[in-house]
Design a protein around this ligand. Structure first.
Ligand SMILES: [Ca+2]
Length: 195
């Protein structure tokens, strides 16, 4: 009988610690899903746009004055000496290019610090370079008068503790596009985890 009690106690402790571990890993320090027309004040560019069924932070285009070129997320009250994991979805709209004169780029930079994500390959494949024949896109979104294909790419990266100054982190999200009316981006489901 004593043995069974001991086993049951051990099993209970095991289940409890497993649940705590899972909760610790799954609960973000901050998360942003942009359900309103304007994002919260932690974002420098705050306008949202409906893509598919959800609102996203965007659209952005650094060559078109009607759109912002970047947005900065400011996170404060971070604990000392801990690294931070960032997860987000980037929505690539239109005909982003991987190479040649029309090549594009997407970066995330720690403000006044290093680039922590540098993308030069994009999922925006068009058959015969035809806007109406996208491959593996997640849907279409109307931008101006045109419907453009979009691709959602989940991305993640880690920020080391030395890049967090005064318990604060500022992340700049920016695209470097060649197309003024043919290429746009947005972000969604941004999650900040403290390790
Ligand atoms: Ca391009």
């Amino acid at each position: 009988m004593k043995k069974i009690l001991l086993l049951l106690t051990l099993a209970a402790i095991f289940v409890f610690t497993s649940i705590s571990t899972v909760l610790a890993q799954d609960t973000p320090f901050k998360s942003y899903s942009f359900t309103k027309k304007k994002a919260s004040a932690q974002w420098s560019a705050r306008k949202t746009y409906v893509i598919g069924k959800n609102r996203r932070l965007g659209l952005f285009n650094n060559r078109n004055k009607r759109y912002p070129s970047q947005t900065v997320l400011s996170i404060s009250n971070l604990p000392d000496g801990k690294s931070v994991d960032v997860k987000l979805d980037v929505i690539f709209v239109g005909s982003w290019d991987n190479e040649g004169k029309l090549a594009d780029r997407f970066t995330v930079t720690v403000l006044n610090g290093p680039i922590v994500l540098d993308m030069r390959k994009f999922p925006c494949t068009l058959i015969d370079s035809d806007d109406t024949k996208p491959l593996n896109n997640n849907g279409f979104v109307q931008v101006g008068e045109r419907d453009r294909a979009y691709w959602i790419k989940p991305l993640s990266f880690e920020i080391s503790p030395d890049l967090i100054k005064n318990n604060e982190l500022k992340l700049e999200f920016k695209g470097y596009l060649t197309g003024r009316k043919t290429e746009f981006w947005a972000i969604d489901n941004v999650q900040i985890f403290v390790n």
